[in-house]
Write a protein that binds this ligand. Structure first.
Ligand SMILES: Cc1cc2nc3c(=O)[nH]c(=O)nc-3n(C[C@H](O)[C@H](O)[C@H](O)COP(=O)(O)OP(=O)(O)OC[C@H]3O[C@@H](n4cnc5c(N)ncnc54)[C@H](O)[C@@H]3O)c2cc1C
Length: 437
């Protein structure tokens, strides 16, 4: 590959940055430069909890593309280079080359900012209070889990990441307490949440619903302190608190912000400054179903937004339609997922995934939420002992198409006892309610 003056400099080689850079390099091979502070790019971040627990043994398995493969796709990589400041007026970046211990600067024609979100958490100065969010911190957490002296693990935050880390710590044979101030967990409706809580209890995870206010211990944390004065003793704390869009790097930049504090971008990733684009967890993204913007710190929205921004930054329009909020998490033998936001009119069903008499029929609890005024589907939640993603995918399409309960009841699907039942969980859910008939 012949490298030429970059048409685009991408800061951050994570989900958004690499998707953007690969897309831009399709049109401008050899003219896209990616600058990242990490030594290794293209890491499957979403599988890190399984690296922590040891379900995935070899960290190399999580490197999706090698440096050579990325270079073959037309990207020039500057790894171990931390961006320190951006001079928008003079279109210059100032960075620190971490490997050489030197500072440097470079000019940009177009700049795409994808440094991710902010993970600041209390207790981060203590070596056994860790927030696994990249290869380094995940391998550190794993090393602590592998120590025989690490017996009690406190997982802080019961979002999808906290649930995955609780499972990881149980997989490593530890005593696990999961701490979360909020009910309901994952915002699930009560019957679905009850199933989730039973699954956690069945696998030995003790759930404490309290707020953490600090840590006890000087060089090492020995207990988490709760607001009611209780101490939760631990040998290791894994923190999976929330993420915010306020990355320190972007704080001083005169870029317009949205309601949630993220950089405001249009459907092509354009910020309020000419020649400056942004994508990923530092941004709010245009809503798929409405006119406003949403903050969805997830990998797919980041990558899709990145692709749109990467194309636009080199003059190729590829507008991003927005994303529905949809996600799923495996919690031991359960799968839990959701799409959209539940409306006020809710239908619920609980039944087999396949023909009920089939030996491994599985179960799926499904809650569908409709708009009281229009009758259209707004959102869904699912908890099942089998795969939930295809049901949620169908429901995502149904939301986009504006389907109502009657249309959902008529959806066609395959029927064969070992694979799926005569009545799909979706049809069963709407038929179980008299409100639409
Ligand atoms: C442990 C974990 C599990 C997750 N699991 C899921 C999941 O199952 N499903 C899902 O959809 N989402 C998941 N996510 C969220 C998902 O990974 C993020 O939403 C996504 O990676 C955001 O992409 P991004 O490009 O905005 O940021 P990132 O992927 O975080 O990339 C940001 C990049 O910028 C670099 N950077 C930051 N500051 C600087 C600087 N000053 N100079 C140079 N480089 C810099 C970083 O090194 C990093 O490479 C998970 C996140 C974590 C941490």
């Amino acid at each position: 590959m012949t490298w030429r003056e970059p048409a685009l400099v991408v800061v951050g080689g994570g989900a958004a940055g690499l998707a953007a850079a690969v897309e831009a390099a399709r049109w401008q091979p050899g003219r896209v430069l990616v600058l990242d502070q990490s030594p290794i790019l293209s890491v499957g971040t979403c599988s890190l909890p399984y690296l922590v627990g040891g379900q995935i043994q070899d960290p190399a398995q999580l490197v999706l593309h090698s440096r050579e493969q990325l270079e073959e796709r037309g990207l020039r990589l500057m790894t171990e280079c931390r961006l320190e400041s951006v001079d928008l007026s003079n279109q210059r970046l100032h960075f620190r080359d971490l490997a050489r211990g030197q500072s440097g600067s470079l000019a940009f024609e177009n700049l795409l900012l994808t440094p991710g979100g902010n993970f600041d958490f209390p207790g981060g100065h203590l070596p056994n209070v860790i927030s696994p969010r990249d290869l380094t911190t995940s391998l550190k957490a794993r090393a602590w889990l592998e120590r025989a002296e690490t017996r009690k693990v406190l997982v802080v935050g019961a979002g999808y990441l906290g649930l995955e880390l609780a499972e990881a710590a149980r997989f490593a044979g530890k005593q696990v307490t999961l701490l979360d101030p909020g009910t309901p967990i994952l915002n699930l409706v009560a019957p679905l949440q009850d199933t989730l809580l039973r699954e956690l209890a069945r696998h030995g995870v003790e759930l404490r619903q309290h707020r953490l206010v600090g840590w006890e211990g000087r060089e090492l944390a020995v207990a988490g302190l709760l607001e009611d004065g209780t101490r939760l003793e631990c040998d290791l704390a894994l923190v999976a608190g929330g993420i915010s869009p306020r990355h320190a790097l972007l704080e001083g930049l005169p870029l317009e912000r949205g309601l949630h504090g993220g950089v405001r971008v249009d459907r092509q990733g354009r910020t309020s400054r000419a020649r400056v684009w942004a994508a990923g967890d530092c941004c709010e993204i245009p809503s798929r179903t409405g006119s406003g913007s949403v903050y969805l710190p997830l990998a797919r929205p980041a990558a899709l937004m990145g692709q749109a921004a990467g194309a636009a930054a080199v003059g190729r329009a590829r507008p991003f339609p927005g994303c529905l909020s949809c996600a799923a998490v495996k919690v031991f033998d359960l799968q839990v997922g959701w799409v959209g936001e539940l409306g006020s009119q809710r239908y619920l069903s609980d039944g087999p995934l396949r023909a009920g008499y089939w030996p491994q029929a599985g179960r799926l609890q499904l809650c569908l939420g409709f708009c009281e005024r229009t009758g259209k589907l707004l959102g869904a939640q699912a908890v099942g002992s089998g795969e939930v993603s295809s049901t949620l995918q169908t429901l995502g399409l149904a939301i986009e198409q504006g389907l109502d309960a009657e249309a959902l009841a008529q959806l066609d699907h395959v029927y064969t006892p070992p694979i799926s039942g005569m009545w799909s969980p979706i049809a069963r859910t709407v038929r179980s309610s008299k409100r639409w008939a």
